[in-house]
Design a protein around this ligand. Structure first.
Ligand SMILES: O=C(CO)[C@@H](O)[C@H](O)[C@H](O)[C@H](O)COP(=O)(O)O
Ligand SMILES: [Zn+2]
Length: 196
């Protein structure tokens, strides 16, 4: 058992070490954080969606922004499209599960917003559809994905592709990256900034 636990923890660290060593990948995280800061400065918001564990990540990130991440400051607008069971069940029932995020995005997203689609495969159809709706509305798309990036990695304005094929390892890196982006947004908008 102990050896197995050590192997799993090492695999998580190795995935994060690969991110740290990948200059281009760090550049995509930086680009996403900058896009969010610029969107907030012009009065826009962020929207997020994912399935399963990635739904939890979407909600977690939105809550860091609306509530607080590291220090007290005004609320930062962010909406997870995974939380309203009336929307999810009505849209799923009437239009199909593959429309549960795109329909909400069409109703609540406005030009200049940022939409984060979170998926380990990059191929969840409800997020692929939401990316199409986002593009039609002038909403910037950020893919937080893994493996080869999937369809979302090809479609997104900014594709953050975690270098792993293991779903849990990809998710662990997604929340690390999500936390860092929240931290940068908070410090750039209401703190001393994070430097160049
Ligand atoms: O958290 C996990 C597995 O670690 C699961 O709940 C997982 O998120 C679900 O199977 C998702 O439906 C997978 O979708 P995706 O990451 O390919 O978009
Ligand atoms: Zn999981």
């Amino acid at each position: 058992m102990r050896a197995y636990l050590e192997k799993e923890i090492s695999a998580s660290i190795e995935t994060k070490q690969k991110i740290l060593n990948d200059d281009a990948l760090l550049g995509t995280i930086e680009a996403a954080a900058k896009a969010c800061v610029e969107a907030y400065r012009r009065g826009n918001k962020t929207l997020l969606a994912g399935n399963g564990g990635s739904a939890a990540d979407a909600q977690h990130i939105a809550a860091e922004l609306v509530g607080r991440y590291g220090f007290d400051r005004p609320s930062i607008p962010s909406l997870a499209l995974t939380t309203d069971t009336s929307n999810l069940t009505a849209i799923g029932n009437d239009y199909g599960y593959d429309k549960v995020f795109s329909r909400q995005l069409e109703g609540m997203g406005v030009e200049g917003d940022i939409f984060f689609g979170i998926s380990t495969s990059g191929n969840s159809q409800n997020i692929v559809n939401a990316f199409e709706s986002a593009k039609a509305k002038g909403i910037t798309t950020v893919a937080l994905v893994g493996r080869d990036g999937g369809k979302m990695g090809q479609m997104a304005d900014i594709a953050i592709i975690v270098p792993s094929n293991a779903t849990p390892r990809i998710q662990e890196s997604h929340i690390l990256i999500g936390h860092i982006i929240c931290d940068v947004i908070e410090k750039e908008l209401f703190g001393d900034g994070v430097g160049a």
